[in-house]
Structure formats: C-alpha cells, structure tokens
Design a protein. Structure first.
Length: 189
C-alpha cells in the first residue's frame, strides 16, 4: 500500500521496521516496500538508513535531555522531580513506542553520532542520580544505594515501549501517577 512520501512518514515507517526487525536487519528495500515505492525514490527524501536511525535516536535522546534539564532547574522537591522524570518517560514513550525501541535497542549503530548520544545519556543519568542523592541527603528518600534506585527506576521506564502498545485504553497521566506511586512510594504501605 502506497503511503504519502514525506520525511516524517519515512522516519515513522523506519522506526516501526526497526522495532519489528531490528536496525541491522532492515534494508532500504524493506522500507521502500513498506511505503509502496521504489528504493531509489527514498533517496529524494533521505540520505541513508543511518541518517534515519540518527534522526530517531538523537531526537528522542535530546527530548529526554531537554526534559531533564527543565526538571533539574525546577524549584520542586526531589520527590516531585522524580515524579516529573517518570511522567517524562511515560509521555515520550506513549507518543513514540517505535522510536523508543530504536533508542533502547539500536543506539550502538549510530556511527558518527555515537559519542554525542553517549554524552546525552551520561548527562541524563548523572542528573537522575544527582536528584536521588539530593533526595537522600534531604531525607526525602530512604538512605539506600542511589545507583540501585536509579537502575530500578530506569529499567522499568526504559521497558515501557514493550508494555504501552498492549494497553489500548492507556491514559498517560494515569500511568505516570500509578508508576510514581509504585516506583517512589513502594508497593507496601
């Protein structure tokens, strides 16, 4: 079935294919076939499969980084900052589950943007850990290993792209609230 050819549509279709097959297994012919066009036509809109991956992964990584920068700069408690981080993950994932699959599974194929991506990720995790440590220092958060807290939270948040598509009646705000209750308040009163 022929789809409208726009860069955004190509990126969206590529993200879906990368999610389903993995970046390495997808060819430009696969992408063109999915769009109902010839592979040569794709090159009128994009330079390469690598450029598609860069656009998908870097755009989302920058969205996370910008969101984190706003959270860090906010004048709220560390617990509220953690709740905002959870909401950030839920909203980005709910709006782009296929792109999140590429971010989580295909980032290592970024080639010339790999160092930039790794810096974005490192800065994000550094800020996340800083918020947790500040929360521990201010007694907002139980004095537990901050790296384990971050690992536990990030593992859940990074896997949302697997779970969200199975929930047809998903309300992102409700999910963010419930995840905050479970991840921050715990499962035991």
């Amino acid at each position: 079935m022929k789809q409208a050819i726009s860069k955004d549509n190509i990126i969206h279709t590529a993200a879906n294919l990368f999610k389903d097959k993995g970046y390495s297994a997808v060819t430009m012919r696969d992408l063109a076939s999915q769009m109902g066009i010839k592979a040569a036509s794709l090159y009128n809109h994009i330079n390469s499969k690598q450029d598609l991956l860069k656009t998908i992964v870097i755009t989302i990584a920058e969205e996370f980084t910008n969101g984190m920068d706003n959270i860090v700069a906010s004048n709220t408690s560390n617990i509220e900052k953690l709740k905002h981080i959870i909401a950030l993950h839920v909203n980005i994932t709910a709006n782009n589950t296929s792109g999140m699959a590429s971010l989580n599974n295909d980032w290592m194929h970024l080639e010339d943007q790999l160092d930039y991506y790794l810096k974005l990720r490192s800065d994000y995790e550094t800020n996340f850990l800083k918020i947790i440590k500040q929360g521990i220092a201010s007694s907002e958060i139980k004095n537990t290993n901050p790296e384990i807290i971050m690992f536990s939270m990030l593992t859940t948040l990074q896997s949302l792209y697997l779970w969200i598509p199975k929930k047809e009646d998903l309300n992102a705000n409700d999910l963010a609230y419930t995840l905050s209750q479970v991840l921050i308040d715990g499962i035991n009163n």
